[in-house]
Design a protein around this ligand. Structure first.
Ligand code: NA7
Length: 533
């Protein structure tokens, strides 16, 4: 059974988000055939599933979009500085239509297993419903933040209200006039809470760890603003490709200690008024020197105390005990202001732990809260979650899940030793989640495309990372991460948000520009670190 296809396809792609859609297009430009399998009932990946109120990107829209096709750029105009989830979804649907991608996309097709056939040097991929496909090359574009993490709360199955997860938001959810609880105050919770507070009769926020929330300062993009950015687009995009994070930030002022006290504060004020992620890069050593980090952290705590009227609530919202940025900085609109509303309560789960769901709500060690609906904004089984749920078997029947039991290992974040002809886009070991992921994705796709062109041209049967190259890559990643403050928080970067998950720092922290240079060097060196057979 070949899903109606006459024969095997050259490439199978899994996932129809930013990465998978561009990969499909890139493969077609090589004259190769491809089929894309997508679990959801529409394209858009993250932006198809995250339909919670307030869902929005926190990277500038102009930068969080494809650069590879000038025609697509010319035909699309972003309406806001930070695009809303529906606008990004419409954009990706537009791209899929514009490039005629849909004829090779199979929606509502969840991949259950993938097995490498050493004799045929090809992959066999099976969907949940038993359909199978065969392809020479297999590309996972399954996303780093796509597998929802729903903790196993005691009593949850007895709860009679509505239980929702931000990352799997039902289209018919309507919480207007309801008593709503939210568990989780990461990026998703921070975006949803102010909007839910407007809609709900009463909102109770259950907070375990307060985050550092910076104001977004989102605003509609005027035609003049868009035109000014477009006029300089090529330079701006190239700068992103060579930058650390792939986003447009004012340059840092150097190490914090070298900046006189008054100027330090002025710089932080300036960045607070610009809004977005730029606060974290105010000084060059924010993520390497605890004292520099504390300067910025203290500044945010002072803003929280300025904003939140009730001093006790303000203290509960103040993050302490971990460095700013070591858990992903959250970007919000009216987040702290929301706690001044009469219909919003904050519950500190560290002081009064959640004991159980009850049929009518949630009980903490202090009291019971009656709730018509509970929103889990509890994040993702990040980076490895989507791949872990697929039975992926490489050479000699080895399972990816077993190979990664102590934490994910890859070469360049793109390839895994023992899994020939398989690529992972924006996965662990790549800089994707530390960056504007679209900039990372374009690099990954173009690099894999060029490798596939090389393999096709040379009639190469298999390509596979060597175990030595993979070990060196993992070691380099660990070395870079351990010189920073990132590993010192219980973050999803570390796998710490999922009970039992191994604690290793999973993303590559060398920066997207450096990473691109390394990947280009590997290609120029005849794909050093890979065995081509
Ligand atoms: P995050 O950032 O992982 O946030 C999840 C939140 O849920 C966080 O506040 C967690 O508290 C909280 N959480 C998780 N499990 C529990 C339990 N068992 N009890 C109470 N609270 C819990 O996910 P998001 O979806 O907000 O954002 C993920 C990324 O998407 C984001 O970083 C951006 O890159 C885009 P904790 O901090 O673990 O104490």
């Amino acid at each position: 059974p070949q899903d109606g296809q006459a024969g095997p396809t050259d490439v199978l792609i899994v996932g129809a988000g930013f990465a998978g859609l561009y990969m499909l297009h890139a493969i077609r430009t090589l004259g190769l055939s491809a089929v894309l399998l997508e679990a959801g009932d529409g394209v858009g990946g993250t932006w198809h599933h995250n339909r919670y109120p307030g869902a929005r990107c926190d990277v500038d829209s102009i930068d969080y979009s494809y650069s590879f096709d000038p025609a697509i750029r010319a035909e699309w105009t972003w309406s806001e500085r930070y695009p809303s989830a529906p606008e990004i979804r419409r954009y990706l649907e537009f791209v899929a239509d514009r490039l005629g991608l849909r004829r090779d996309i199979r929606l509502s097709t969840r991949v259950r297993a993938a097995e490498f056939d050493e004799h045929a040097e090809s992959w066999s991929v099976t969907a949940d419903d038993g359909r199978t496909w065969r392809a020479r090359w297999l590309v996972f574009a399954t996303g780093s933040l796509s597998q929802a993490n729903a903790p196993d709360f005691p009593g949850a199955s007895e709860y009679r209200g509505r239980l929702l997860h931000t990352a799997d938001w039902p289209r018919d959810a309507d919480l207007r006039g309801r008593r709503v609880g939210v568990i989780g105050t990461g990026s998703s919770g921070v975006q949803a809470i102010p909007v839910l507070a407007e809609e709900a009769e009463h909102l109770v926020v259950f907070q375990r760890t307060p985050g550092f929330v910076v104001p977004a300062r989102n605003h509609p993009l005027s035609p003049d603003e868009t035109a000014a950015i477009e006029a300089d687009y090529a330079t701006r995009r190239q700068a992103l490709r060579e930058s650390f994070g792939g986003w447009h930030l004012p340059p840092s002022s150097g190490p914090a200690a070298d900046v006189p006290h008054g100027e330090r504060l002025a710089e932080l004020e300036r960045r607070w008024s610009i809004g977005g992620l730029c606060l974290q890069s105010a000084f060059s050593d924010v993520m390497t020197d605890p004292a520099a980090n504390e300067q910025v952290a203290r500044f945010v705590r002072d803003r929280i105390r300025d904003t939140v009227h009730d001093p006790s609530t303000a203290e509960t919202l103040c993050p302490t005990g971990y460095p700013l940025g070591a858990k992903r900085l959250c970007v919000g609109t009216d987040y702290y202001e929301t706690y001044n509303r009469g219909n919003v309560d904050l519950v500190d789960l560290r002081a009064t732990p959640l004991e159980t769901f009850t049929p009518g709500g949630i009980r903490t060690s202090a009291q019971e809260y009656a709730l018509d609906a509970v929103v889990l904004a509890t994040g993702f089984d990040a980076m490895t979650g989507a791949l872990d749920r697929i039975d992926i078997r490489g050479r000699g029947g080895r399972r990816l899940r077993d190979e990664w039991a102590a934490g994910p290992r890859s070469y360049l974040g793109l390839s895994v030793a023992g899994f020939p002809n398989m690529f992972v886009l924006a996965g662990p070991g790549s800089p994707s989640v530390m960056s504007n992921v679209v900039v990372s994705i374009e690099q990954h796709v173009e690099w894999v495309r060029d490798l596939l062109a090389h393999l096709a041209d040379t009639g190469t049967g298999t390509v596979e990372a060597t175990a030595e190259a993979q070990d060196r890559w993992v070691e380099l990643g660990n070395q870079i991460a351990s010189a920073t403050l990132y590993p010192s928080a219980d973050s999803w970067y570390m796998g710490a948000n999922v009970p039992g998950k191994p604690r290793v720092f999973m993303p590559f922290l060398g920066g997207v520009g450096t990473y691109r240079g390394i990947c280009d060097g590997v290609a120029a060196d005849g794909y050093k670190g890979f065995t081509l057979g």
